[in-house]
Design a protein around this ligand. Sequence first.
Ligand code: XMP
Length: 333
Amino acid sequence: MDTNVRPESMARITTKELADAFIEEQIAAVREQVGDKKVLLALSGGVDSSVVAALLVKAIGKQLVCVHVNHGLMRKDESENVIKIFKDELDANLIYVDATDRFLDLLAGVSDPEKKRKIIGAEFINVFADEARALEDISFLAQGTIYPDILESFKQAEGKKAVKSHHNVGGLPEDLQFELVEPIKLLFKDEVRVVGEALGLPHAMVYRQPFPGPGLGVRCLGAITRDRLHALREADAILRDEFDKCGLAEKVWQYFVVVPDIKSVGVKDESRYEGWPAIIRAVNTTDAMSATIEEIPYSVLHKITDRITHEVEGINRVLLDLTPKPIGTIEWE
Ligand code: XMP
């Protein structure tokens, strides 16, 4: 039997009871697979790796070693939340690596989006591999692979061209070839969320909007600078806060701020004030292949504009992106 193919008899996990049964099954399977050996996991804080981490903590406790790499391109408070939930609340074995300087130094002056992605993906593997080498007796690598990832790689194997290069921990160097542990690889995203809630993960983490591997790196357009990245992170936090408050966060599939490398003239405290624009993008989709624009009430837009322009140093305008996909991709880069 091909373990990468979901059996037709497998029921959709839609309830807590079904999720509990799945969790019990996977706990037994993981214990059987790894015995008393150690398992390494790159914990990004995204839904999939978080669910795998919570499941494995339940199954094998401290035999799981989670590594959270902060590439400096995370959203505001994101790494802190990962530490709070996994280290403080779940008592997981978690190594936190602040690699911000490594990433930002390599990205300095690089403006081509695909080059930026490649640098971020490759450096992620370097940092993770350095940590893995420093650890002893690791035999397994856990991954948050889900069924759409498997279907997508089948498609790519058939020769279809990917529009943007996505990355996971796949390409680790030869000396670090571990056996894989992929407990949620036959699940669809909605099922992963049901399992995550059954494991007791916070609702906000389980229903977190998708966030690309290269993070804010592909939203700080062109060559990334620390000051513009900081402005982007703050503006994005305000957008998320306001979407939370007005209920849009529950409704919109993906929403974020983009800050391009252009400045316009403004005025502040009776003086000329040159700043970047913050561009708001809020889209709905089912499969990310096409997307429509969410209508945001003007009152909410005014509030967001007011807060961003007053609270974020360096931003002097707020714009709204009304472009569906196609023709625009969801991300700007
Ligand atoms: P696009 O921009 O291609 O985005 O319309 C579709 C979905 O994919 C996400 N995305 C990425 N995810 N690595 C990722 O892990 C990437 O390099 C990447 N680029 C885009 C994007 O956020 C959207 O959800």
